[in-house]
Design a protein around this ligand. Sequence first.
Ligand code: 13P
Length: 249
Amino acid sequence: MRKNIVAGNWKMNNDLAQTEALITDLKRQTQTSNAEVMIAPAFTNLWQAFQTLKDDTIEVISQNMHFAENGAYTGEVSASMLKSIGITTVILGHSERRAYYNETDASLAKKVDAALANDMRIIFCFGEELADRKAGKQEAVVENQIKNALFHLDASAFKHIVLAYEPVWAIGTGETASPEQAQDMHAFIRKTLENKYGHTIADDMTILYGGSVKPGNAKEIFGKPDVDGGLIGGAALKAEDFYAIVDAF
Ligand code: 13P
C-alpha cells in the first residue's frame, strides 16, 4: 500500500541536549496527520530518541548502517545493533554518503540485502547531479542507481522499501525541483519499477521527494500524484517548520 511519509533527516546536527529539546518541541506539537512521521537523529542519540518517542506516533529511524553483521569495521554500526535498540527503518544511499564516503551502487546493494535480512524497512535514496540534468541524463542516471542497487531483489522485498528521489542539486541549496520536475521523475521511477516488477508493485511504491522542501513549497510538491511525501533536511531541524510540512498532507 502506498503511504504518505514525511521523514526528517537530521544529518550531523544536534547533540544529545539539542536532540532532547527538539523532540520535546515535536511532542508538544504532535498532531494527527495523514502522513507517517519519522525523524533520523545521529547514531549517538538514537537510543535516547527511541526511548522518548516509543509511545508516540513519530518513528525514530537511522541515517545509515553497515552491510556486515559485525567484525573489524571501525566506526561502523550494523543492522542488528540498530534492531537491538528498537530501530527498524534505515535510510540508505543518501547522496552525501555516496559523495563523501564512496558509497557505490554495489556497496548499497549489500546494505539493502543486510537490512532486508534483518527485517528492516529501507528508505532508499538516489538522484542525479546538476551536470547530469544539464546534459539531459537525469533519467538514465536514476534508472541505473535503482537497477544496480535494487533489481536483484525478489518482488516480495519491495513492501519493505520506500524510494526517495533527491536531486543532488536541490539538497541544501534552496533550489527545489519544480513540482513538475518532481512529478516527471517520480512517474518515470514508477514506470521503471513497473517494467521490471509489474503494475501492482509500482503502484504500491511510496516515492518521496527530497531537496529544499520547506513549509512554503511542500503542499504543491506533495500535491503531485506520484509524490508520496518528503525527506526533509534543514527544515526538519525546527519543529514548527517540520510540522508545517507534515501539515501539507
Ligand atoms: P534539505 O532539505 O536541507 O535540502 O536536505 C534534503 C535531504 O538531503 C534530506 O535527506
